[in-house]
Ligand binder design. Structure first.
Ligand SMILES: Cc1ncc(COP(=O)(O)O)c(C=O)c1O
Length: 319
């Protein structure tokens, strides 16, 4: 059993004791907002941006979690502080917020007291995530368009980050069927590029960066940071509608997300992108990202990859 603790409905409990009820609306409807933040050098990266997005998602879902955003921030930092000593000093962390409206009212007799929203904050060592990802920084990704489309904003707004994610799961299953390591990027119902199942996409053409307009996509915190960095470097960024053709004609393609920050693509729908190597704009952005993060997170992921088998073996023994 790990020594990690989780903030769960008003108290800190051991990770193995944090359990969501089978009657929870999250289980019944995928009715839960969530966030995934990471640390760099054990400090949360843009936590406030993540929490603002969380509180936006909660407003959309009409969930009052009973905590102010300042409370949530304080509790997040407290949860992280309690977990940091369980690992070595060079461990970075994933911080996950999960909030639902709680168990459905029809089952209230199964609970003592009134039904409350379910609020949890957990911290997980990033070694499993970025250690497992390290090789991808080298190889780049191979993007395919799955049959599954993105859900348009007029049905469910993708700008809210919710656990209602069956369409992403279907896209992943379809991508996996086309070959190992394929990355799905979903089209929206108008045939424009939307996003990956957990990342945003960028194209580069003639020195200009293009990314899908903020319509049928999650506005990634890393997407925002990338746009800021690019503009800071004097690179033009356009948010616009992009199709398969623009992707096939791009000089560079890359994706962004919290865990890995950014990764380049080498193929799109079976065709090589540019010369198939790291593009110059991507390289400038990667350098700027490392400076922003205050750490060479690619080297860190490579170190984690080496340590991962031992870390996992220890975690098993600890059970
Ligand atoms: C569907 C989707 N798009 C994009 C992203 C990237 O967002 P961020 O950069 O905030 O991690 C995520 C992250 O999980 C996601 O789930």
């Amino acid at each position: 059993m790990s020594n990690r603790v989780v903030y769960f409905n008003g108290e800190f409990v051991s990770e193995s004791e944090a359990r969501v009820s089978i009657f929870d609306s999250a289980l019944m409807f995928g009715d839960m907002a969530f966030e995934m933040t990471r640390t760099y050098r054990q400090k949360p990266f843009r936590l406030r941006h993540h929490l603002e997005r969380l509180y936006g998602s909660l407003r959309l879902l009409e969930i009052d979690c009973g905590l102010t955003i300042d409370d949530m921030e304080r509790l997040t930092l407290a949860t992280l502080e309690k977990n940091i000593p369980t690992e070595s000093d060079d461990m970075d962390w994933q911080i996950m917020h999960d909030v639902s409206r709680g168990p459905l009212g029809i089952y209230k007799s199964a609970f003592t007291g009134s039904i409350q929203p379910t609020v949890s904050i957990n911290c997980w060592p990033l070694i499993t995530h970025t250690g497992g990802f390290a090789a991808t920084y080298e190889t780049g990704i191979d993007i395919i368009i799955p049959a599954q489309q993105a859900v348009p904003a007029h049905l469910v707004d993708a700008k809210a980050k919710t656990r209602s994610r069956l369409h992403y799961q279907m896209a992943q299953l379809q991508a996996a069927r086309t070959g190992e390591g394929k990355w799905p990027v979903l089209l929206d119902p108008d045939g424009f590029l939307a996003e990956g199942t957990g990342n945003n996409i960028f194209l580069v053409k003639d020195g200009v960066i293009f990314t899908p307009e903020p319509r049928n996509i999650l506005l990634g915190v890393s997407r925002g940071a990338t746009i800021e960095l690019a503009r800071g470097l004097g690179i033009e960024v356009r948010e616009t509608n992009l199709g398969r053709l623009e992707a096939l004609m791009a000089d560079e393609i890359f994706c962004t997300a919290t865990t890995f920050a950014l990764v380049h693509a080498v193929r799109f729908e079976g065709q090589a992108i540019g010369d198939g190597k790291l593009g110059p704009i991507f390289q400038r952005l990667m350098a700027a990202w490392k400076e922003l993060a205050g750490i060479d997170f690619v080297a860190q992921a490579q170190d984690y990859a080496k340590l991962l088998p031992e870390w996992e073996a220890k975690a098993l023994v600890g059970r």
